[in-house]
Structures are given as structure tokens and as C-alpha cells.
Design a protein around this ligand. Structure first.
Ligand SMILES: NC(=O)c1ccc[n+]([C@@H]2O[C@H](COP(=O)([O-])OP(=O)(O)OC[C@H]3O[C@@H](n4cnc5c(N)ncnc54)[C@H](O)[C@@H]3O)[C@@H](O)[C@H]2O)c1
Length: 323
């Protein structure tokens, strides 16, 4: 049970129809049955059927100033969980301007509304992409950031805006740098899909185009199950500290090779993955692994779901999916 002092009356969840936002809203509802959850999404990548039914939902863009003013003045959210974004690296390379509008200007618009309407804390979804090709593993938050794509620059800019809104206006903000998130609710049907969802999609909902593997498969990533990301967001809300734009790695703190994922998927599903071999992606980082000691110490973050358990839960979801 939550500490009664930390039960908010109202929260705002942006991107509530997306993978992380929808999982967050479902789990938040279970933990805080009395809180009013207000959500906004324009369905640019999100899905109607993913929206938590008890949400007060607004269909529209975070770039729509009038809509934001209406939402903030009518509902007065105490906490803002900002998940809305156009989040794929390769999409941002193809559409640098549009993704900058949503990912930077959209974030600033929400910070401004939060400041104007007395929000207690703004919880920002950042990304491990901000580190770029760092060589130091496990990577700590103090490592130099060297963004390598429009998406990474946009997420990094969002972090700086969070920090300066805290410094200039006293709005408390916190930046959660997620590493590769996976789990139920992540569809693998877009050309920008991430590896676990794309491979499972090819096994359970095969299409003409084959799933693929880039490079020799020895590259590795710190894959983090969605439930760990949801619990990090709730801890960030519940904390009694002031964060003033502080950034935290949210990951498992371990890395898994792409080839190992292939083997595990084949073992747990009893199906053979038929993958097209593609050359390594240009500029791709070879390994990622987060140092999560800061989040453990200051946020009380504890990633309860390990990789194998997370993968099994994801496979169960694919097995139960109708469409
Ligand atoms: N999934 C990951 O591995 C990962 C890793 C690091 C960071 N993140 C960050 O986490 C957040 C959520 O990512 P996700 O994986 O759930 O992505 P997603 O694409 O599933 O969800 C994003 C949601 O935002 C909505 N959206 C996009 N533009 C909008 C706009 N202008 N107005 C209103 N809604 C809009 C989309 O329709 C979608 O529902 C993003 O900020 C992303 O940058 C994700």
C-alpha cells in the first residue's frame, strides 16, 4: 500500500496510448485506485485500445497550447509524467525537424504549463541515447554525454530544459534515462520496432518482410523490463527529495548479447527465428550497460524483474494477443 501522504489527487500522463505510458497508467491505477489520471495522446504511434479505461482522456497534441491550457487549468495535476515523444532514432534521422518540434518544443510546452499551474514534480522520460558512443561501461550519469542522432540531441535538450526550469522557476523536475525497454504492450510491427518486439512479432504475427539481425549479433544492450521503468517513475513521484533536473539511469545494470536473445526466444517459444542477415548499422554503439547505483541509492529504485523473467512475460503477452 502506498504511503497515504504520497497519494496524489490528480496526475497527467502524456503519451498514455504508447508502450510505456499505457503500462504506466494501468499499473498506476492498480496502485492508486483513487487518483484521477488525466491523459493526452495524439495517436501518432499510440493505440486507442491501450489507453487505460479509467483515464480522463484528451486526444490531441502536446504542441496544442489551448489544449494544454484547458487540461492544466481544469484538472490541476500535481505530477506530470511525460512519456509522449516520437522516439525512434532512425525516424529522427529521417525527420529531424518534426521530431524536434514534438520532442523539444512539446517538452518545453509541458514544462511551461507545469510551471504556470503549480505542478509539484515533472517526471521526464529521457534516454540512454544521450550518452552516444561512450566507451566506459557500466556507464554512470556523470559520463560525458555525446548525442549522436537528432533523437539523442532532443532528449538531451529536454533534460537541460528540465534543469533550467528547476533553477529559474523552482519547478521540481527529474530525468529518467531509460535503457532499452521491452515488455508486454510493445508491438513489433513497425520498421522502427526494437529487436525483441520485432522478432516476437515475426514469430506470432508473420508478415511478408522477414525479421532481421544486424551485424554478427555479438553486440549487447542493457535491456530493461517495462515494470522496472514503471516502478522507477512511481519512486520518482514518491520521493521526498527535490531533484532539480537530476538525471538517473533506469536499466537492469546488466547486458545481454543479441545472439543470446535469439537463443532464449527460440528456447522459450519452441519456434525457430528465421532472420535476414544485414550489415551492422552505421554508427551503432556495440555495447551498453548502465551503472544503476545512483538510482538505487537516491530514488530507491530496485529493478525487480530480471531479463529472463521479463522475456517470458513478454512472450506470454504475444501468445495471448489477438491482433
Ligand atoms: N521504449 C524505449 O526503449 C525507450 C528508451 C528510452 C527512452 N524512451 C522514452 O520513453 C517515452 C515513451 O516511449 P515509448 O517506447 O512508450 O514510445 P511510444 O511511441 O510507444 O509512445 C509515445 C506516445 O507518445 C504519443 N505522441 C507522439 N507525439 C505526440 C504528440 N505530439 N502529442 C501527444 N502524444 C504524442 C504517441 O502517439 C505514443 O502513444 C519516450 O519519451 C521515449 O523517448 C523509450
Amino acid at each position: 500500500m502506498a504511503n497515504p501522504k504520497t497519494i496524489p489527487k490528480t496526475i497527467l500522463v502524456t503519451g498514455c496510448a504508447g508502450f510505456i505510458g499505457s503500462n504506466f497508467a494501468h499499473q498506476f491505477r492498480k496502485k492508486f485506485p483513487k487518483t484521477k489520471i488525466v491523459g493526452i495522446d495524439d495517436f501518432s504511434t499510440g493505440r486507442k485500445d491501450a489507453v487505460e479505461p479509467s483515464i480522463v482522456f484528451y486526444k490531441g497534441s502536446i504542441l496544442n497550447e489551448n489544449l494544454l491550457e484547458k487540461i492544466f487549468s481544469e484538472h490541476k495535476p500535481e505530477y506530470v509524467f511525460h512519456f509522449a515523444a516520437l522516439p525512434r532514432v532512425s525516424y529522427s534521422v529521417e525527420h529531424p525537424r518534426h521530431t524536434s518540434e514534438v520532442n523539444i518544443v512539446g517538452t518545453v510546452a509541458l514544462l511551461e504549463s507545469s510551471k504556470n499551474h503549480g505542478v509539484k514534480r515533472f517526471i521526464y522520460s529521457s534516454s540512454s541515447a544521450v550518452y552516444g558512443a561512450t566507451k566506459k561501461l557500466p556507464t554512470r550519469e556523470s559520463e560525458n554525454s555525446n548525442p549522436k542522432s537528432p533523437y539523442a540531441v532532443q532528449k538531451y535538450a529536454g533534460e537541460h530544459f528540465c534543469r533550467i526550469f528547476s533553477e529559474l522557476f523552482g519547478l521540481d523536475t527529474v530525468c529518467l534515462r531509460y535503457f532499452n525497454v521491452f515488455g508486454p504492450g510493445q508491438y513489433g510491427d513497425s520498421p522502427y520496432s526494437t529487436v525483441i518486439s520485432a522478432w516476437l512479432e515475426s514469430l506470432y504475427f508473420p508478415r511478408k518482410e522477414k525479421a532481421f539481425i544486424e551485424g554478427n549479433g555479438n553486440q549487447s544492450r542493457d535491456f530493461c523490463h517495462i515494470d522496472n521503468v514503471v516502478s522507477a517513475n512511481i519512486s520518482a513521484m514518491e520521493s521526498k527529495k527535490n531533484f532539480n533536473g537530476e538525471a538517473f539511469n533506469i536499466a537492469l545494470g546488466n547486458r545481454v548479447k543479441i545472439n543470446e536473445i535469439k537463443n532464449s526466444i527460440e528456447k522459450y517459444t519452441n519456434k525457430k527465428l528465421d532472420l535476414e542477415k544485414r550489415p551492422p548499422r552505421l554508427g551503432d554503439v556495440v555495447h551498453t550497460r548502465a551503472d544503476i547505483s545512483k538510482a538505487k541509492k537516491l530514488l530507491g529504485y530496485n529493478p525487480a524483474v530480471n531479463f529472463d523473467e521479463g522475456l517470458r512475460r513478454t512472450i506470454e503477452w504475444f501468445e495471448s494477443r489477438k491482433i
